[in-house]
Design a protein around this ligand. Sequence first.
Ligand code: TMP
Length: 220
Amino acid sequence: MPKKGLLITFEGIDGSGKTTQASRLAAFLGQDRATLTKEPGGTPVGKTLRSMLLDPDLSIDPKAELLLFLADRAQHVQTLIRPHLEAGSIVIVDRFIDATVAYQGFGLGHPLELIASIHEKILEGMIPDRTFLFDIDPQKARERIISRGDKKTSVENRSEEFFQRVRNGYLLTAKEQPGRFRVIDALLPQDEIARIILADLESLDMSLMGNRPVRESSSC
Ligand code: TMP
């Protein structure tokens, strides 16, 4: 069945603030129109995979890590994302395909062609309508993570050089696909970022905001 809804993804290195903005957008659009989900962990199977993947006490081989993130995505696309898109929902995903390219491709050095070919199999032509990339210097992002005070995950524990590669990978991907990506300065005030996102989505799909003016974004 052809896709009827919209697929919007949020990307960026850890500590970039994308999760806050994905939640704000979902709250603004409301549950009737939007579905907010995330990777890894958007499905019951994915929740189990997430707890393994992010456990700082487990040592997962890099090849196994790549395949587990992709397994999470396959389950997510088949059982949640595709059905909701076909039902006409605006599906907001906190991390998607570009995270694997940036983290496991550019960060860990897995071949990009391998990731692309598995994605082809999983996605069957489905790609995000819009991707917001939250760009931030890895050192500033690390300060934000430390100030949150939570125990760091296995991925967050990686070096600043790793996150620099991930950031560069994201920026390169965005440069190659300017039609899909919007790069956002993650250090801008939260309200301004929310306004940028709403204005952009309105230009993408005029019906998206319904009768609600973009100015209403203080509640976003
Ligand atoms: P989150 O904290 O934004 O939910 O993301 C969980 C972590 O998983 C984050 O450190 C990035 C990492 N990740 C990958 O390394 N590859 C992927 O494909 C995805 C989706 C996430």
